[in-house]
Write a protein that binds this ligand. Structure first.
Ligand SMILES: O=C(O)/C=C/C(=O)CC(=O)C(=O)O
Ligand SMILES: [Mg+2]
Length: 221
């Protein structure tokens, strides 16, 4: 039987890694009273974190402070290890708008106890994701407006020009430690304005005139 080629525009179905970069915007690092990093801060989400429009973001029962973080996602089209910065963009298939949903109270507790952030960052539905955006539709990913509204109120409005570490730098840095594979997603960090969401809230987010997405928040039973 002939093999059907997989379609990168459904990358969230492939079961690949979600690699997240934290504290990549100085204004967000400052609002959480973190130092500006001198190297990228990395953590992971499992593929079970993905949620698509039409399904709700579920508030885990163990948090009382679930935050939104709007982020540009970079979808890897060609894998590699130790990718040089100069070749990094050749490994990009496209982009997606993503939310890095974060149980901030649990993250604070993990930080104070020196524990990993897994339960704060990697729970089911912690990575809402837009439609795939082919690379050609975003000629300059380093100069994009990202915004997020909760119940029509603007909470985040930043530009990828504010990133501390650029997309080529991140791809090169990550691939020195973690081999990148086709279908992997890199979340590149959030600008300032993160805040709590509640059950029944409606979240809308966008990348300027390129894409928008909406999600409802529900409590997990
Ligand atoms: O260190 C903290 O208090 C919080 C860090 C984050 O949640 C980092 C991110 O996920 C981000 O900056 O996007
Ligand atoms: Mg984040």
């Amino acid at each position: 039987m002939a093999m059907t080629a997989r379609n990168i525009s459904q990358f969230w179905e492939w079961g690949r890694k979600i690699i997240c970069v934290g504290r990549n915007y100085a204004d967000h690092a400052k609002e959480l009273k973190n130092a500006i990093p001198t190297e990228p801060v990395l953590f992971l989400k499992p593929p079970s974190a993905y949620v698509r429009e039409g399904s709700p973001i579920l508030v885990p029962p163990y948090t009382g402070n679930l935050h939104h973080e709007v982020e540009l996602g970079v979808v890897i089209g060609k894998g590699g290890t130790a990718i040089p910065q100069a070749a990094a963009m050749e490994h990009v298939a496209g982009y997606a708008l993503c939310l890095d949903m974060t149980a901030r109270d649990i993250q604070d507790e993990c930080k104070s106890r020196g524990l990993p952030w897994t339960l704060a960052k990697a729970f089911n539905t912690s990575c809402p994701v837009s439609d795939f955006i082919p690379k050609e539709r975003i000629p300059d990913p380093a100069n994009l407006n990202l915004w997020l509204k909760v119940n029509e109120q603007l909470r985040q409005n930043g530009s990828t020009s504010q990133m501390i570490f650029s997309i080529p730098y991140l791809i090169s840095y990550i691939s020195d430690f973690i081999t990148l594979e086709e279908g992997d997603l890199i979340l590149t960090g959030t600008p300032k304005g993160v805040s709590a969401v509640q059950e029944h809230d409606e979240l809308q987010a966008g990348i300027q005139d390129v894409v928008t997405m909406s999600f409802r928040v529900d409590r997990q039973d």
